[in-house]
Write a protein that binds this ligand. Structure first.
Ligand SMILES: *Cc1c(COP(=O)(O)O)cnc(C)c1O
Length: 445
């Protein structure tokens, strides 16, 4: 029995469960999405909260510019560019015989400075928030100060009295670990068994304590939480439930709006925006989607992408069980090559807060991620790690779902004017030999 029902009964009541447990690629467009103005209050956070996070990142920009010279070119603001995906679009249109395909763009979070993934948004914001809270309280800085003084030996000595812990499949650990160690914190990263060796090595080289666990992401998080609970000087970054992570991700939207303006990309009733977000526990895609909904309202359609072996958010929202269930409960193994997406149990906070704001969810096989990775690299010249390709098939899934398109009321002309934005969540820091191994694997399929 699974949550009181046999698997057969589940398949009867929720037909997509059949595809999920068979590890078939599948899509689900949520019939219960609501008007943004109505559903945005479900979240319990506001536009003011996102503005506060944005202002905080601005206050820290002089500090980041000092300690991470690679951010100097953007004046200490951690941001990625957008670029068209002309060849991948051609491939999808050809293979799917797609009608009314608009343009396809990449949001290149793979190139974010400091940690090379979307985690440089939420993870770094949360560490900075904690550091700022401590520093303000101790009188080390005042609000109007130039925060570059936090790069001093005195400030580092102050932060070294405090600890930070986090559980991660890898990329969040990189962000939290590198940022915390730079400030001077004692930081421990609890890594799940699927975390890559190079990430552990890189963290240790930065002075981070890496604790390895023979288990998956949820257990690594549990261990981090446990360590922090026993020690009042230890702050736990809670990937499953943290508003400060979520808000750090949400700041992406106001920056994207400015990039769209500069690129002449319109988002309005005649020019819908579809955004495809690879989803692990849900905080990254959830936070970005929240920011996008605040800015673009009903004109933006956010869709989450997960590996066929780890469809935790789809399962949680579709069954309504949220974090009460895991993919393992349904016999799905949570084993995938998609780093950052190997998560068996979704964030209950994100699943519930965002369920009326996310248009849909779909799954992708690892083989497809590898195949698309090769195309992206060879033809569109972008270096993405396998998980970051999960957003690519989204355009085809949308255009091949006539019921969904009718429900959201888009005409063929609207669709031709649409922008499909693939959130490229990671890749630039994958070492050369690892990346070549990914490519070789992709080419052999
Ligand atoms: C973490 C991560 C995601 C998803 O973020 P969640 O907050 O776990 O949902 C997507 N892609 C990559 C590369 C990641 O590291």
């Amino acid at each position: 029995m699974i949550h009181g029902k046999t698997i057969e009964a589940w398949k009867q009541s929720h037909p997509i469960i059949g595809d999920l447990v068979a590890l078939n690629e599948t899509s689900w467009f949520n019939p219960d999405i609501a008007k943004t103005s109505e559903a945005i209050t479900d979240v319990g956070l506001t536009a003011e909260d996102v503005k506060a996070a944005s202002a905080r990142l601005q206050r820290f920009a002089p500090y980041l510019k000092t300690v991470f010279p690679e951010t100097a070119i953007a004046n200490g603001i951690i941001e990625s560019h957008i670029t068209p995906l002309v060849q991948l679009r051609e491939l999808l249109v050809g293979e799917g015989a797609l009608q009314n395909a608009g343009e396809m763009w990449l949001k290149a979070d793979c190139d974010l400075p400091i940690s090379g993934s979307i985690k440089a948004r939420g993870g770094i914001h949360e560490v900075l928030k904690h550091a700022e809270d401590l520093a303000l309280k101790a009188g080390l800085v005042a609000r109007g100060d130039d925060y570059s003084k936090l790069a001093s030996d005195e400030a580092r000595a102050f932060f070294s009295q405090y600890k930070i812990a986090v559980g991660s499949t890898g990329n969040l650990g990189l962000s939290i670990g590198i940022m915390s160690a730079k400030l001077g914190f004692q930081v421990s990263v609890h890594m799940s068994s699927d975390a890559r060796q190079w990430k552990k090595d890189k963290l240790r080289a930065n002075g981070v304590v890496v604790v390895e666990h023979e288990s998956d992401y949820s257990v690594a998080v549990e261990q981090g939480r446990h360590q922090a609970a026993a020690d009042p000087s230890c702050y736990f970054v809670d990937d499953e439930n943290s508003p400060d992570l979520f808000l750090g991700y949400a700041v992406a939207a106001e920056r994207l709006e400015r990039q769209f303006d500069r690129a002449g990309i319109k988002v309005d009733a005649e020019h819908p925006l579809f955004v495809y977000l690879p989803c692990g526990v849900g905080g990254g895609p959830g936070g970005v989607a929240f920011g996008l909904k605040l800015i673009f309202g009903d004109f933006v359609h956010c869709i989450f992408a997960e590996p066929t072996h780890s469809p935790c958010m789809l399962l949680g929202v579709y069954t309504g069980l949220h974090d009460k269930t895991s993919v393992q409960d349904f016999g799905i193994d949570n084993v995938t090559a998609a780093d950052g997406l190997a998560v068996g149990r979704p964030s209950g906070f994100v699943g519930k807060a965002m369920q009326r704001l996310i248009d849909g969810y779909y799954t992708v096989t690892d083989e497809e991620l590898y195949r698309l990775m090769v195309v992206a690299y060879d033809r569109d010249k972008v270096k993405l790690e396998p998980s970051a390709l999960a957003g690519v098939p989204g355009m085809a899934r949308v255009l091949q779902s006539p019921d969904y398109l009718t429900r959201i009321g888009l005409t063929p002309t609207n669709l031709q004017n649409a922008t499909h934005l693939v959130w490229g969540t990671g890749g630039s820091m994958v070492p050369e030999d690892e990346f070549n191994a990914y490519l070789a694997k992709g080419r052999s399929l």
